[in-house]
Write a protein that binds this ligand. Structure first.
Ligand code: ATP
Ligand code: MN
Ligand code: MN
Length: 396
């Protein structure tokens, strides 16, 4: 009967890569609370403590399940037997359903530690361990961190100086703007190249924290040396504020005819890439003028802060450029579309259920001892014996 089906409607497949997870889902009241718990667990957890249980990962699994449910949870009974939602999480859900808020979450939101950690991890170049060091040293504001003369990475220096710009959400139109700048430059160097916006925007998000661009060419090997030339052009156009070019040789090794190693299942890939900050001209109806004032190399943090606060016709934006050889393109595309949790489970599922190793470089069947080449994203899912989940439903 109807009541019975309503109570049993929440059954989920164990891996989030088996589920359809839209951006707009039915359980925002719950996920808003669990997002706080998840963040806070990450701030508290020791990064060396990787062998044991992770509260942060447990909350991420709860979040992934809640986002995939076909309707709103209205009674805790409905999720009693649902995978990944343990006793503590059920209590929180019950409290949220009854009270519309949760004491533990409200306490975290008020805690100094959570708020300072959130502020400090919002600095480009600063991870949880850096944020914790700043917090433990007694710093409470970005100004404290700026004034404290500790050894800072160049990335952190720029992250601090351009904090406001970089914490403004990146709009889809801005991602498209950066894409066409990069596409035009790249096309003039190497005709026939493809530039694809991946990451959150490909999953249908309208705002993001950065712009992820995959760059590839149908002719395997044509992309060698391309990124250096693109960066030179961007530099000439005065668009680069900061950047770190990772010249990996792994992908170069991999489009030779030599047998390939089974790809590892680590999150980090080995593509040649650039992580950086560009000064993006503000979208205006007038003809865009590229300005000279954004050449900030070798400036002190004080100069940079002044520059970031000055009246300027551009905003700092985080950009990732990734060079993907065409034979690895669709694996790279899946890996850089994400989200992170989707990738994590995709790789775990491949290993546990199929004895295969998946990475952004390829899929290796350990039983057969062979690499599975793919000519489409659909084929990747087919090899993995999964329904094709479109990018918009990978928001776990
Ligand atoms: P946002 O809108 O906040 O940028 P996002 O999903 O685009 O969200 P990113 O951090 O930009 O998040 O990452 C995009 C995808 O690329 C993620 O799913 C992640 O798995 C993958 N990714 C990010 N960094 C790396 C890396 N260094 N190596 C391999 N894959 C990565
Ligand atoms: Mn992104
Ligand atoms: Mn990114």
């Amino acid at each position: 009967n109807y009541k019975q089906t309503k109570l049993n409607c929440f059954q989920v497949d164990p891996y989030c890569c088996q589920r359809r997870t839209p951006l707009q889902h039915h359980n925002k009241l719950l996920t808003d609370a669990f997002e706080i718990l998840e963040e806070n667990a990450e701030y508290i957890e020791s990064s060396n403590d990787t062998k044991g249980y992770s509260r942060n990962l447990a909350y991420r699994r709860v979040l992934a399940v809640l986002r995939s449910l076909p309707q709103a949870v209205t009674s805790v009974k409905q999720i009693k037997d649902v995978k990944h939602i343990g006793g503590h999480s059920q209590k929180i859900i019950q409290e949220l359903l009854e009270e519309k808020c949760c004491l533990e979450v409200e306490e975290i939101k008020r805690s100094v530690r959570y708020n300072k950690m959130k502020l400090f991890t919002g600095v480009f170049g600063a991870g949880v361990s850096t944020a914790r060091r700043w917090y433990d040293t007694g710093m409470t504001s970005l100004n404290d961190v700026i004034q404290h003369n500790e050894d800072r990475s160049t990335a952190q220096k720029y992250g601090l100086a351009f904090f406001d710009d970089l914490n403004m959400p990146v709009l889809k139109a801005e991602a498209e703007q950066v894409k066409s700048i990069v596409k035009n430059i790249t096309e003039s160097i190497l005709p026939g190249v493809s530039v694809t916006v991946t990451g959150g925007f490909r999953r249908g998000k309208t705002v993001g924290h950065d712009i992820d661009l995959l760059i590839s060419h149908p002719k395997e090997g044509a992309e060698i040396g391309l990124l250096g030339k693109i960066l030179e052009k961007l530099q000439q156009l005065n668009l680069i504020l900061y950047g770190s070019h990772n010249k990996c040789t792994y992908s170069e090794r991999h489009f030779t005819e030599e047998p390939r190693d089974p790809p590892t299942n680590s999150q980090m890939d080995h593509f040649e890439k650039w992580f950086g900050i560009i000064g993006l001209p503000k979208i205006s109806t007038e003809k865009t003028v590229l300005i000279a004032e954004n050449d900030a190399s070798d400036k002190s943090i004080k100069d940079l802060v002044d520059l970031s606060k000055s009246e300027k016709s551009w905003t700092a934006k985080r950009v990732d450029l990734i060079i993907v050889p065409s034979s690895q393109y669709f694996y790279g595309l899946v890996g850089w579309t994400g989200n992170k949790m989707f990738n994590r489970d995709l790789r775990l599922y491949a290993q546990k259920e199929l004895n295969m190793r998946l990475s952004s470089h390829g899929l290796y069947d350990l039983t057969k001892g062979c690499l599975l080449t793919s000519n489409s994203e659909e084929e990747v899912f087919k090899y993995l014996k999964l329904p094709v989940i479109p990018p918009e439903l990978r928001n776990c």
